[in-house]
Design a binder for this molecule. Structure first.
Ligand code: NAD
Length: 274
């Protein structure tokens, strides 16, 4: 029986074999797509995020069984810095030192600045920006000491450009891009990379919720929100998939991503090229 190179070489098939990863906000959407991609390539990982406990457990078991890797779950609320420390300690205690950190958890609220609820501003800054800082602070010294680390921050096209009514989100995502560059520079000579992925619209529960809200606000159908409101910004007129974001993240986490650091990688169908 003849075998192809990819069948015989486990390093080609599973380039992240043995790596330990934390993916925040991975009970849903993009985070779950990233967790899938990392597990498929052999990483052992910690899922995090909110959700129905039975559904989360099913997801955890499915990922572990499908890819033959250890998968844990931390329910840490990332708006609370001490919970982030506990999540990282849990991952390290059970799986070992952290090789890969993906800061993905995020929330959104849309309102004019003058009417923007202060509590929503605080929550968005805490979850979308400060949680990335706290998680990076918890893993970076060990990555530097071990001379290997991959940090991927899921920012947004809104980390590069603004839209009205999304003040907190745009501020947080621009902050994530700035944090990414700073960490990349600090760790550049120690084998640690730090990059931001800046998606345009990706089809996830977060976007589905926005579509429903905008349809109600504008009194138009959800189809018209998709074509006339959301995808008008994206020259390629399509949503990216969570698999596409997962595949890029996995690439950045592998050995071939070693020279990519401090980048803000647009995955937005040309939105920010305009
Ligand atoms: P989603 O709502 O499907 O998933 C968000 C995840 O974050 C969930 O697992 C949720 O439980 C978790 N989460 C929320 N608050 C949390 C908290 N306090 N503590 C722990 N976990 C928490 O959203 P998504 O569309 O998959 O978005 C994921 C990331 O991608 C976000 O940072 C978002 O800003 C970014 N993003 C999304 C799009 C898009 O079009 N979907 C585009 C650009 C950027």
């Amino acid at each position: 029986m003849s075998m192809t190179a990819t069948q015989t070489n486990p390093v080609v098939n599973r380039p992240l074999e043995g790596r330990v990863a934390i993916v925040t906000g991975s009970t849903s959407g993009i985070g779950l797509g990233i967790a899938q991609s990392l597990a498929e390539q052999g990483a052992r990982l910690v899922l995090n995020g909110f959700g129905d406990p039975d559904e989360v457990e099913q997801t955890r078991e499915m990922l572990a069984a499908l890819h033959g890797v250890e998968v844990l779950y931390s329910p840490a609320d990332l708006s609370m810095p001490e919970k982030i420390g506990e999540m990282v300690a849990f991952a390290r205690d059970v799986l070992g030192p952290i090789d890969i950190l993906v800061n993905n958890a995020g929330i959104q609220h849309v309102a004019p600045v003058g009417e923007f609820p202060t509590a929503k501003w605080d929550a968005i800054i805490a979850v979308n920006l400060s949680s990335a800082f706290h998680a990076i602070k918890a893993v970076l010294p060990e990555m530097v000491e071990r001379r290997f680390g991959r940090i991927v921050n899921i920012a947004s096209a809104h980390g590069l450009i603004a839209s009205p009514f999304k003040s907190a989100y745009v501020a947080a995502k621009h902050g994530v891009v700035g944090l990414t560059k700073t960490v990349a520079l600090e760790a550049a000579r120690q084998g640690v990379t730090c990059n931001a992925i800046c998606p345009g619209y990706v089809w996830t529960p977060l976007v589905e919720k926005q579509i429903a809200e905008q349809a109600q606000a504008h009194g138009i159908s959800t189809e018209r929100v998709i074509t006339d409101v959301l995808l008008t910004s994206q020259p390629n007129r399509r949503f990216a998939s969570v698999e596409e974001i997962g595949a890029l993240t996995a690439f950045l986490c592998g050995d071939n991503g070693a020279s990519i650091t401090g980048a803000a990688l647009a995955v937005d169908g040309g939105w920010t090229a305009q």
